[in-house]
Write a protein of this length. Structure first.
Length: 250
């Protein structure tokens, strides 16, 4: 999912761990973050080789995300299980609906959008409104990363579409760079603190990284409307199953 769209890996990784292995959301979140971080880092490195990562923008968004992620981790270990499951399911449903509605649509930029590419240098033209928009995006993505074990791509990608005029390949690569920064730092800190099961985290992260590479290779051929809608349906089903398992439904 990350390889094809630059977003959505976390909202699938956590339900897989919760429903497939019976982990709680606080236990599954750091494992999901490590998997997302490793796979995103590979995608970001591929983007850097192609010269399509906006690394200054990624650095600002990522730094703000790293600051707020610990607050999300703190909240995840203090919120009751049912409200946490409802929160994740709501985010999952929102992402899935946006994915369905956005299938096949052409990105629309604000006129003028806060962060525009300079035609002469090929870099983003930085303004106070641009920095504010990207910083707030990073803060929200980091908070959700720590709270729910998601990479935040479902926040970053729409925000970059809204606030910049980047082409889609550059937008996805920049999103992956941000996700790798936030997820690896937060997930690594959780692993070092003993909050993540390494025996589960390492093979799961390896599988996610392999999937990322395959997804990037297949993106030019499979990144179509039908596949995007299929992922949206999968996300809604995962949200419903998570609510059932948490005894919110059924």
């Amino acid at each position: 999912m990350l390889g094809l769209t630059g977003a959505g890996g976390g909202v699938l990784a956590l339900p897989l761990l919760v429903l497939g292995l019976g982990l709680s959301i606080p236990s599954a979140a750091p494992i999901a973050l490590l998997a997302i971080g490793l796979s995103s880092a590979i995608g970001a490195l591929l983007g850097l080789r192609q010269g399509i990562v906006r690394y200054r923008a990624a650095g600002l968004i990522g730094a703000c995300g790293i600051v707020t992620a610990p607050l999300g981790v703190w909240l995840s270990h203090r919120l009751p299980a049912v409200p946490l499951a409802v929160c994740f399911a709501a985010v999952q449903a929102w992402v899935s609906v946006r994915l369905w509605r956005g299938a096949g649509s052409v990105p629309r930029f604000q006129s003028p959008c806060p962060c525009r590419l300079d035609a002469s240098s090929g870099r983003l033209h930085w303004t106070p409104s641009c920095a504010k928009a990207l910083a707030s995006t990073g803060a929200l993505a980091g908070l959700l990363s720590g709270l729910l074990g998601v990479g935040g791509g479902f926040v970053i990608v729409p925000a970059l579409k809204r606030y910049t005029d980047l082409q889609m390949n550059s937008l996805v690569a920049t999103s992956l760079a941000v996700i790798s920064l936030v997820a690896l730092v937060t997930g690594g800190a959780n692993l070092a603190a003993g909050l993540a099961n390494a025996e589960v985290a390492l093979p799961f992260a390896g599988g996610a990284a392999t999937g990322l590479v395959i997804g990037r290779l297949l993106a030019p051929y499979l990144g179509g409307v039908v596949l995007q809608k299929a992922f949206a349906i999968m996300g809604l089903l995962a949200a419903f199953a998570l609510l059932v398992r948490s005894h919110v439904l059924g």
